[in-house]
Design a protein around this ligand. Structure first.
Ligand code: BES
Ligand code: ZN
Ligand code: ZN
Length: 487
């Protein structure tokens, strides 16, 4: 991972500094050091609806960015993140040693949003490029100085959060020959050590002793062993007695198994651990921020392959919670490993379980890359919170119905449940399958669409944009803030 830019706050701007000035109206702040004719030109451009204006002076560049009049309010922030992405190449070609990002007092979120978009746009995955010229195509570490922007705490959050997204993008983008399940566990262990959360890694022997039949079945066709990672952030001053448990799907590669994926359906399947990445990213962020809440992360991981003793269609497997599952399709593997983790979550008597997974083509077909599909049986207040946070970070959620009748589609004649329903409502029947294993309130988030991208969607860079980490982090921050208020 290339180095993240450094960020500081400043309280004064000197006339020779290159500045990105974010402004709300077709007017410029008094401190902006430009000639009268430059100012006139800039205002004219802003009035003609340009999203930004670039003014090259002799020894500095001034970028003027307009806050668009978008509704609702949270869209203004998203427009700024996008503008940051659009400006990334121009900014890079300016080759600034330091760069000021200056805000607008009527819109305090402007600097944060623009900076976030810029940092997320500067990431690049080029470690396997051997020619120097090809490296760091977009990565660029200027020193960024914030003027009239966020306070210290917010600034630290922003830096930790974008750092987490960079980190998990690397995990998602690593192909399986460089990142198998044990090495994913090792990466999680290292980041836990660095950011302060505890990591326990259960190896194959421990997983066998626990009889996690779902994870073991999916792993049977692989030459690499499975892992089950337990991440825990438990600060002394935790405000919740019952933890939130996050569960992430860690399929490091999904061939489909013996129900091999046809054609190019296997493309991108190194990203089938994007849910695990999202959970890891959120744990890293909240640990770095020292959030006063007890949170546990569970990551079952393996690849899904058709080798050796691979599990087959028609098998009946006994899961960790002793329920039996008829395997209708070996490509519906995610729900099997998640089910074991979701029943394991009972150990923590959680307030809430949230699982994140690239689970179904059905969710991707329904919502495309724009929405995270959510469903579950948890208290409505948590769905509302999730939706609000989704809007703020612009990882928006869209809820699917979760009616009992959908559960009937996964009945089995010969076992307790089947791992596939029919052709209909595939994202929902997958969620209903998971619900059978949850003894505590569950929210299931399917990121099959936005979890892995064929091309950049602005600052949501291809291939693994890191979807879900910002949503979960924001959700936990809000959850902690709610508890702080109560106490
Ligand atoms: N990892 C896939 C889901 C997926 C598909 C993610 C496309 C991202 C993009 C999952 O394991 C899978 O193969 N699901 C099957 C389930 C089916 C066999 C019931 C699917 O959705 O086709
Ligand atoms: Zn699959
Ligand atoms: Zn999968």
């Amino acid at each position: 991972m290339p180095n993240l830019p450094r960020l500081h706050r400043i309280s004064q701007i000197t006339p020779d500094q290159s500045v990105i000035c974010i402004t709300g109206e077709n007017s410029l702040p008094g401190w902006l050091n430009l000639s009268e004719s430059e100012k006139e030109y800039a205002i004219k451009q802003l009035q003609s609806d340009e999203e930004y204006v670039v003014i090259n002076s002799y020894f500095k560049v001034t970028y003027i960015v307009k806050i668009k009049d978008s509704h609702p309010e949270y869209r203004k922030k998203e427009e700024l993140r996008k503008t940051a992405f659009n400006l990334r190449k121009t900014i890079k070609s300016g080759n600034h040693g330091t760069l000021v990002i200056a805000g607008h007092k009527d819109f305090p979120g402007a600097v944060s949003a623009f900076t976030e978009g810029l940092l997320l746009s500067f990431y690049s995955f080029d470690k396997y490029k051997t020619e120097a010229g090809e490296k760091d195509k977009t990565a660029y570490p200027p020193e960024i100085l914030l003027y009239e922007g966020p306070g210290d705490e917010e600034l630290k959050w922003l830096l930790d959060l974008t750092g987490s997204v960079w980190f998990i993008r690397d995990l998602i983008n690593e192909p399986v020959n460089h990142l198998n399940a044990p090495s994913l566990a090792e990466e999680i262990r290292k980041t836990g050590e660095e950011s302060g959360f505890k990591v326990e890694i259960l190896n194959k022997g421990r997983i066998e002793a626990l009889k996690m039949g779902g994870l073991l079945a999916v792993n049977r066709g692989s030459v690499d062993p499975p892992v089950f990672c337990i991440l825990e952030w438990k600060p002394e001053k935790a405000l919740n007695r019952k933890p939130v448990v996050l569960v992430g799907k860690g399929i490091v590669y999904d061939t489909g198994g013996l129900n091999l994926k046809p054609g190019d359906y296997m493309e991108n399947m190194k990203g089938d651990m994007a849910g695990a990445a999202a959970v890891t990213g959120a744990m890293r962020t909240i640990a770095k921020a020292g959030l006063p809440v007890h949170v546990v992360g569970l990551v079952p991981a393996t690849d899904n392959r058709p080798g050796g003793n691979a599990y087959t269609q028609g098998e009946i497997i006994t899961m960790y919670n002793k329920m039996t599952v008829e395997v209708g399709n070996t490509d519906a593997e995610g729900r099997l490993i998640l089910a074991d983790a979701i029943s394991y979550a009972s150990k923590f008597k959680p307030e809430l379980i949230i699982d994140v997974a690239t689970l179904t083509g059905s969710a991707a077909m329904t919502f495309g890359i724009q929405a995270l599909a959510v469903m579950g049986n948890a208290d409505r207040k948590y769905f509302r919170m999730l939706e609000e946070c989704g809007n703020e970070v612009y990882e928006r959620t869209a809820e699917l119905p979760f009616w009992d009748e959908y559960g009937e589609l996964i009945k089995s004649d010969i076992a307790d449940v089947r791992n596939i329903g029919g052709r209909e409502a595939g994202a929902i029947t997958a969620g209903k399958f998971l619900e059978r294993f949850a003894e505590y309130p569950l929210i299931h988030i399917d990121i099959a669409g936005p979890g892995m991208l064929k091309k950049d969607d602005y600052y949501r860079l291809k291939e693994g944009p890191g979807t879900g980490a910002r949503l979960l982090s924001e959700f936990l921050r809000k959850y902690a803030a709610g508890l702080t208020k109560k106490n």
